[in-house]
Structure formats: C-alpha cells, structure tokens
Design a protein around this ligand. Structure first.
Ligand SMILES: [Zn+2]
Length: 279
C-alpha cells in the first residue's frame, strides 16, 4: 500500500498548488491519476442550490516538518494522512512541508484553509513566529480548525493556542502497544470508532499541562515492555476563540499508525468537526 501510494504520487502531474500537492481531489473513483486543482472538486449534486456557497470545496492543509523516517513514512507523515483522506468528497487536501516556500503556508493558502493539521517534533524552533501568529489569528478570529498531533504538543502554534506549558508528565519510549478507548462516544470525532489497539513505542503520561478540555474524546492504555501499563488521555478538544482544536496523542514517527483505518477515521472525523460551521 505504501509503495503503491509512493508510485502514484510520482505519477501525479502538475498538481503542485501553492505550497503543496493537492491530493484526494486528484483521484477519481478508480484511483486513476488526473491533473487536478480546485475546479475538480466543484461538483454540484442534484437539488443543491447554486449561489449559496455551500458547494465551495473545503480545504484541509496537512503540514509536517519532514523528519519522519522514510522506511516508515515514504511520503512523510503528512503524505500518509493525506492518503487516508481520499474519501472526503468536496474537500481539497493540501500537503504542506516546512521546507516549502513560506514554510508551507503562504498567506493565500493559510487564508483559505478550513482546517490545519500539524505534525512536528525536532524542528519546532524553525517555525517562524510570524507564521505562528498568523495561524493563531486564523483560528481565534476566523474559526480555522487546528489539529495537533503527538509531539506537536510542543509546537509553537499548539503552545500559543493553549497558552500553557503543554508539557506531559513523562515521555518514555518503553511501550509496545497502545489501546485507544472511546471516552465520549457521542462526540463527532468518535463516530464509527470502537476500542482498538495499535503498535506504539512511545507513551506520554498524564497530566498534560493544558487548559481544561471541552471534551476528552479518547483515552488509552499503553502496554509497556516490562508488562506494566500506563493510562493517559489521547484525544482532547477545545474551543479557542472562534476556532476548534483537537489534540491527538498517538503518532510517533517510527510507528506507521497513520496507515491504520481507525486512525484514518479519527482524522476524517476530526477534520469535519474542526471545520468552521457554514451559516
Ligand atoms: Zn514521538
């Protein structure tokens, strides 16, 4: 699957848009490659009214710093996440990288993003404060959704949105698996999700130094190499000004969890939930 995606991505012609690559919208039902762009996604269903703006494609930008091991994530973590979003109709999926111009988020792209997903670890400090300010403004004032993954708890936009230290009690690479359990089954991000287990070699231990979340959607239990266990919070939500924010603890770069169907479902649910409501 990974190889297939890798090959396919190489075949996509002319899909560079702004800072990244448009995915999802470029695949037809058979998965064939098509040159793509925003126009491809502007489909109107029968009975839908024109002119209301409701059919304008929505945009999710999947950003990462590009440090995940290639043998685990050949197209980095954002590439794996984007691949998992292909079923999202009427959504434009843009992959953005720290190494792209404007650190992957030129104003034009950031200003039309409905949701920004962020994965960072080693290069938090490289992200420019000016960009962080723009992201925070988009969330608080315009209602852009922000989804922060794993080690992004220390990413600059995550910390600035939370306004707290965003530290966990402990970070230990001694686990084998993580069992994710649903704490808030009625929450939209939990839709279709039941308890599941993924291989995961790193755990963060509670408490997490953040404001009280609006909801704890997921909890989990890490199983350790020594047979012990460590329960902790896995998926938390907040309202930050006009915007919605979701933090998801799993996602260590040596574990290919973003290819897992449950994780992919959570990403899709979280994007839909975090997107600003259309009036
Ligand atoms: Zn990690």
């Amino acid at each position: 699957m990974v190889q297939e995606f890798s090959r396919r991505r190489l075949l996509w012609p002319g899909t560079a848009v702004a800072a990244g690559l448009v995915l999802g919208a470029g695949l037809n039902a058979e998965g064939a490659e098509q040159p793509t762009g925003e126009k491809k996604t502007k489909k109107k269903g029968k009975g839908q009214k024109a002119g209301a703006g409701a059919q304008t494609p929505r945009c999710v930008v999947v950003w990462s710093e590009g440090t995940a091991p290639k043998k685990v994530y050949p197209n980095d973590i954002n590439g794996a996440i984007a691949e998992g979003l292909k079923e999202m109709r009427n959504w434009e999926v843009v992959v953005a990288n720290l190494s792209d111009p404007d650190q992957g988020l030129p104003d034009k792209l950031l200003n039309r993003a409905d949701v920004l997903i962020w994965w960072g670890h080693e290069k938090h400090a490289a992200v420019k404060d000016e960009l962080v300010d723009k992201i925070v403004k988009r969330v608080k004032e315009d209602g852009m959704g922000f989804i922060s993954l794993h080690s992004s708890h220390f990413a600059k936009p995550n910390k600035k949105l939370m306004g707290t230290a965003c530290s966990w009690k402990a970070y230990v690479g001694d686990s084998t698996t993580l069992k994710v359990t649903v704490k808030s089954p009625d929450h939209p991000i939990a839709r279709g999700i039941k308890e599941f287990t993924v291989e995961h070699g790193e755990r963060y231990s509670d408490p997490y130094a953040v404001p009280t979340p609006e909801a704890v959607v997921f909890e989990g239990v890490a199983t350790l190499k020594n047979g012990g266990t460590d329960p902790s919070q896995q998926g938390l939500t907040w309202q930050i000004g006009k915007g919605r924010m979701f933090y998801f603890q799993p996602g260590h770069e040596t574990n290919p969890i973003f290819f897992d169907p449950n994780i992919r479902r959570i990403m899709i649910n979280a994007i839909r939930w975090a997107a600003p409501q259309r009036g």
